[in-house]
Design a protein around this ligand. Structure first.
Ligand SMILES: [Zn+2]
Length: 426
């Protein structure tokens, strides 16, 4: 009797274990983890459970996880954050980046480049942000956040963006406060007049709502002073995007006569101004970036300025853009930090961009390929390089959302439940 009871107990205990399943949903083993926020730069294991990072340790037994990825030879990083993209796509004719054709669908570009968070840079303004949220943010697997345009109607191009009467600091700040953590900043772009008003009003809203201002500077007639923007109008934490551009109506950060980064640009960095790559289709030139890198003026953040004009040009995607910086001499760990921990800090979302236990399980597994590669800037100039980042696997909230070579999957002829859990990406 006693033996029977004992056996029954053992059997039921085993059933409980089986019903509960393994402790972790996914284990990424043996990868070189770069997590700047938590000071990790070493080969280590990362375990995920219930959509969160559950453990980070030198050796975690594979038997403790349902699915196991061998990331030997790969880099494992927090999911990348792109602080400048254009994803308010929609059917409105002549609406550019604000419910228009020039913006792109976030999920078609994000995960394949290791990105789990895309920040739309000013597509919507306070008037049409609710439409952007319903139409794109709430329907995307990618985490989509937003800089709100200081123009109430957003980035629709043409006369809409020249209308000072539609740049309202109070309404802008009020909308930001309605969506804390989703609207993470304010964007100023494309205004061509001689006034500072768009910047002044964005700064007023930024102070009121405690968020940074990102400025796409240039194109003013007559030109406005970059020095004044960086040292007088900007607060620490504000962002100059398109840092390595040379466009009409704005002096570039590298003085092309002396080849030096301008002293007031260094001074701005010292006072906490953020310099963002913002590559795009017209805003990144090697003749600016190469001398800046030689002088170790690295970007704080390496964003893409993703849109229909940049995606098939020199920019291509986030990893191609980051690879340019590696080949110009920026250390890999700095480039990874720029688009993880630093990007999260810039948008005031410190919950993102790291792999600490309890964080959302947003992870990228990257490979650094060695070979002969070419990289093109917006002027059509080519830089030769010998290293290129590629995305093997992307995990968003614990789910595998991109798996280039099936490293998270069993062989087809060894699957226990053919056709059941067989989808390559669940
Ligand atoms: Zn842009």
């Amino acid at each position: 009797m006693r033996l029977a009871a004992c056996l029954l107990f053992v059997a039921s205990a085993a059933l409980v274990v089986r019903a509960q399943g393994p402790e972790f949903d996914l284990l990424i083993r043996n990868g070189h983890v770069i997590d700047a926020r938590n000071g990790v730069d070493a080969v280590t294991d990362v375990a995920i459970a219930k959509g969160k990072i559950a453990a980070v340790a030198a050796s975690i037994a594979p038997s403790r996880a349902r699915d196991v990825v061998d990331a030997s030879g790969f880099y494992v990083t927090p999911g990348l954050i792109d602080i400048h993209s254009h994803v308010f796509w929609g059917p409105e004719v002549n609406a550019a980046y604000s419910n228009g054709y020039s913006a792109v669908q976030p999920d078609s570009h994000s995960f394949r480049a290791g990105q789990t968070t895309l920040v739309d840079a000013g597509g919507s303004g306070w008037r049409n942000f609710p439409q952007f949220k319903e139409q794109v943010i709430d329907r995307s697997k990618t985490r989509v956040l937003a800089f709100l345009n200081i123009v109430g109607s957003g980035m629709k191009g043409g006369a809409v963006e020249q209308n000072l009467a539609d740049m309202d600091a109070k309404q802008t700040a009020a909308r930001i406060k309605e969506y804390p953590g989703v609207i993470i900043g304010i964007k100023v772009a494309h205004y061509a007049g001689p006034e500072w008003d768009p910047v002044i009003r964005a700064e007023e809203a930024g102070r009121e709502a405690n968020v940074p201002v990102m400025v796409d500077f240039g194109g003013h007639t007559p030109p406005l002073s970059l020095e004044d923007l960086l040292l007088k109008y900007f607060r620490p934490g504000d962002i100059l995007t398109h840092a390595y551009a040379h466009v009409n109506g704005r002096v570039p950060i590298v003085d092309e006569e002396t080849g030096k980064v301008r002293p007031y640009v260094w001074e701005a960095r010292k006072r906490g101004v953020i310099f963002d790559a913002g590559h795009g289709a017209g805003s990144f030139l090697f003749r600016q970036a190469v001398p800046a890198m030689q002088q170790k003026f690295y970007p704080d953040v390496i964003s893409t300025d993703l849109h229909i004009g940049s995606m098939n040009g020199g920019m291509k995607d986030m990893l191609n853009t980051m690879s340019k910086f590696l080949n110009m001499g920026m250390p890999l760990k700095d480039a990874i930090k720029a688009n993880t921990a630093k990007a999260a800090e810039v948008i005031k979302r410190p919950d993102l961009g790291h792999l600490g236990v309890g964080a959302d399980a947003d992870v990228a597994v990257l490979t650094l390929r060695r070979g002969k590669f070419g990289f093109v800037d917006v002027g059509g100039g080519k830089l030769l390089g010998d290293q290129k980042l590629e995305c093997e696997l992307t995990v968003k909230g614990g789910q595998v959302v991109w798996d280039l070579n099936g490293i998270s999957r069993p062989l087809w002829n060894e699957m226990k439940e053919p056709g059941g859990r067989g989808a390559a990406v669940r």
